[in-house]
Write a new protein. Structure first.
Length: 273
């Protein structure tokens, strides 16, 4: 069942009811692999240094597959990791219970994140895009209030098979960065990923907005790096990223991530006006 979209308004749990709406829940195996790779890579230190290695997959959807995948991938970083899948639709939680095991559990809830303990990582993918843009700030604040010290909240969006992916990373205080991750060969211009921007930005890809300027700069640098295509798209993407950095864009990663089809830019450089 998909709940008719409702305004979240003041996103606080009333009478113990989960905060949020029942969404479509569409998912596919391995759809979140690009984000999971980032969490197990540049962000692994957060999990390694956490007193309580608690991770939440918020709104895992009609199937718990991506929550199971997250658990298995993060075990390589922290063997005692605990992953809690949180869903607002009761039947999805009941169905997922059959897959519980030590370190992996499923819970009924919403943006209030009703799990025991404070999570060091919260992943909400393809969830906020089904809400109003005006609801985003309040939802962010509610989830941020649940983070452990040093914790990170990821609000992201991807296509159906995880080839075009974007996400905003937030700590307990503010948004930190915007990341792009794409499969080489899945696009002609980098700006094609605009249709998968997080809700806070998807309606801001218009002239005069910083995210529009950044996407245009990506396209320009990509086209200028065309001579590198003879060495492969990995080298071309890396050349694009170097050009963006040289042009003054505050990129937060380097060649090791660029070669994977990623690039991360400081949030302040692309935040809505």
């Amino acid at each position: 069942m998909v709940q008719k979209a409702e305004r979240v308004g003041s996103p606080r749990s009333r009478g113990g009811k989960p905060v949020g709406n029942i969404t479509r829940g569409t998912t596919n195996p391995n759809r979140m692999r690009r984000l999971d790779r980032w969490l197990a890579g540049p962000q692994a230190w957060r999990l390694r240094t956490a007193v309580d290695p608690l991770v939440v997959d918020l709104g895992y959807g009609a199937s718990p597959t991506t929550a199971v995948e997250l658990f298995e991938r993060l075990q390589a970083v922290r063997p005692d990791v605990r992953v809690c899948g949180v869903e607002i639709e009761p039947e999805r939680v009941r169905a997922a219970k059959a897959l519980e095991r030590p370190g992996l559990s499923f819970h009924l809830g919403g943006f209030e994140v009703p799990v025991p303990g404070d999570p060091v990582l919260v992943r909400a993918f393809n969830v906020l895009r089904q809400y109003e843009e005006s609801d985003v700030a309040g939802i962010w604040q509610l989830v941020q209030s649940r983070l452990a010290p040093g914790g990170l909240f990821i609000d992201g969006t991807c296509d159906e098979i995880g080839r075009r992916v974007t996400w905003v990373a937030l700590d307990a205080e503010r948004p930190l960065s915007l990341s792009f991750s794409v499969r080489f060969g899945s696009f002609e211009l980098p700006s094609e990923v605009a249709e998968r921007l997080p809700k806070a930005l998807i309606h801001r890809n218009v002239p005069g907005e910083p995210i529009h300027a950044f996407l245009q700069a990506m396209d320009k640098a990509w086209l200028e790096a065309a001579p590198l295509a003879s060495f492969g798209n990995r080298q071309r993407w890396t050349g694009m990223c170097r050009s963006l950095r040289d042009a003054g864009w505050p990129l937060q990663d380097g060649p090791a991530r660029w070669r994977l089809g990623e690039v991360t830019v400081a949030w302040d450089a692309v935040a809505p006006r």
